[in-house]
Write a protein that binds this ligand. Structure first.
Ligand code: FEO
Length: 400
């Protein structure tokens, strides 16, 4: 049966949800599923905005046919070519042979890469800020390069003031029927998923997200319709502020995330003692993660969230513990900046690894490495408590 929703007088959500997929992009765990949103405008012309992932194609095609209610499809706007939104394009052409595809030059190039149909005879290439009148509605195309791929564009409906924002402002997590942001307590239900989605999908492209913000300056927006997660119909400043902070690599909170590895528990002991000391001195919302048991996408998101990171690593095969190395590589890849970092190493017989960690961090921008470090041999003894206190004190001072 169809599963659709009216979001405006003549605009419908016709997407679908996937709770089977384990790994988004075959790399990021999504225990709470994901939605693939697609929208249909029924004006004098009928306009589909993006398709969905092939895995939920049956539901989507049924939704589309039901909502069109016997009408044909005039336009398919392709805001994003990643296959979780574009994989049904050929199916749409086969079902609605007269459909015109709207995209930009980059969209055309990617269509030719992914498909074998005659793209040139079917695509209407649009330029930045070009408008398309479809009857009552006039749609305007704002390019959003690298949010998350180079062809990405937003479609702004001038008439209803709806922004169809492609991947931007989306989140992991199935909708469970609650289509709008105020249908759930977003902060509880989605914020950590939205942060994890942003940091791991778009996090690298903060500059480009800021460029899009400049384009949206002064644009009146009533609703934001992303390709994943709830539609924003009120309190838009909440998610816009989050994106602004994330894309400027500004922490949301002055607090500490402790990222540690531990093979036999001795390094974990240092992490716990440090956390305890920090809490005693008044630091709130400290989080500690054992890298061996938490997916790196969570570690990246938690590192985007707070001002301070304490990296506590064991030595392994004469180098940094591989999962710690993986974590540092990921935050580097995602361009994380402006954080204050403390380093603690633990080694038994091999040389210390602080130097290697420092070298890796030196390739990142605006990272402040606190002078106070700690090197332990196998396990921490009470003689070293004062050194650990100094590490804690330096973190406290940097939080002020
Ligand atoms: Fe949801 Fe970049 O695709």
């Amino acid at each position: 049966m169809h599963c659709t929703r009216k979001i405006e007088e003549d605009i419908y959500w016709i997407g679908s949800e996937d709770r089977k997929l384990q790994l988004f992009e075959n790399i990021i765990p999504i225990q709470k599923g994901v939605s693939y949103n697609s929208y249909l405008i029924l004006d004098e012309k009928t306009v589909l905005l993006d398709t969905v992932d092939y895995s939920v194609g049956k539901q989507f095609l049924e939704n589309l046919e039901y909502t069109l209610d016997g009408r044909t499809l005039d336009y398919l706007i392709v805001n994003h070519m990643e296959p979780d939104h574009s994989s049904l394009i050929l199916e749409i052409i086969l079902r609605y042979p007269d459909v015109r595809i709207i995209g930009n030059m980059q969209t055309a190039r990617m269509l030719k890469q992914f498909f074998t149909f005659d793209v040139d005879s079917r695509i209407q290439v649009v330029k930045e800020n070009e408008e398309l009148n479809i009857g009552k509605h006039t749609l305007k195309f704002l390019f959003a390069q690298m949010v998350h791929w180079p062809e990405v564009m937003f479609t702004y409906d001038i008439t209803s003031k709806i922004l169809f924002s492609a991947d931007a402002f989306g989140t992991f997590g199935a909708l469970n029927g609650n289509l709008f942001n105020d249908d759930t307590d977003f902060e509880k239900a989605y914020l950590s998923q939205a942060r994890r989605y942003y940091c791991n999908i778009v996090g690298k492209y903060g500059v480009q997200v800021q460029n899009v913000f400049k384009k949206l300056d002064g644009v009146e927006i009533n609703k934001i319709c992303p390709l994943h997660g709830p539609i924003w119909r009120n309190n838009l400043s909440y998610i816009l502020d989050k994106y602004d902070k994330w894309s400027r690599y500004e922490p949301e909170e002055k607090s500490v995330v402790i990222i540690y590895s531990s093979v036999y528990g001795n390094t974990e002991n240092v992490a716990n003692v440090l956390a305890n000391k920090l809490s005693e001195k008044g630091v709130k919302n400290i989080k500690a993660f054992d890298v061996s048991h938490v997916d790196v996408s969570v570690l990246v998101a938690e590192s985007f969230k707070v001002s301070n990171i304490a990296i506590i690593s064991t030595t392994y095969n004469m180098g940094v513990f591989p999962k710690i190395e993986e974590y540092i590589d990921h935050i580097k890849r995602m361009n994380l900046q402006n954080r204050t970092i403390s380093i603690i190493e633990n080694s038994t017989w091999a040389p210390g690894i602080t130097k290697i960690i420092l070298e890796k961090l030196s390739e990142m921008q605006n990272m402040t490495i606190l002078e106070e470090k700690l090197a332990i041999k196998s396990s921490i003894k009470s003689e070293q408590e004062s050194e650990l206190n100094q590490v804690a004190e330096s973190i406290i001072n940097s939080l002020k």
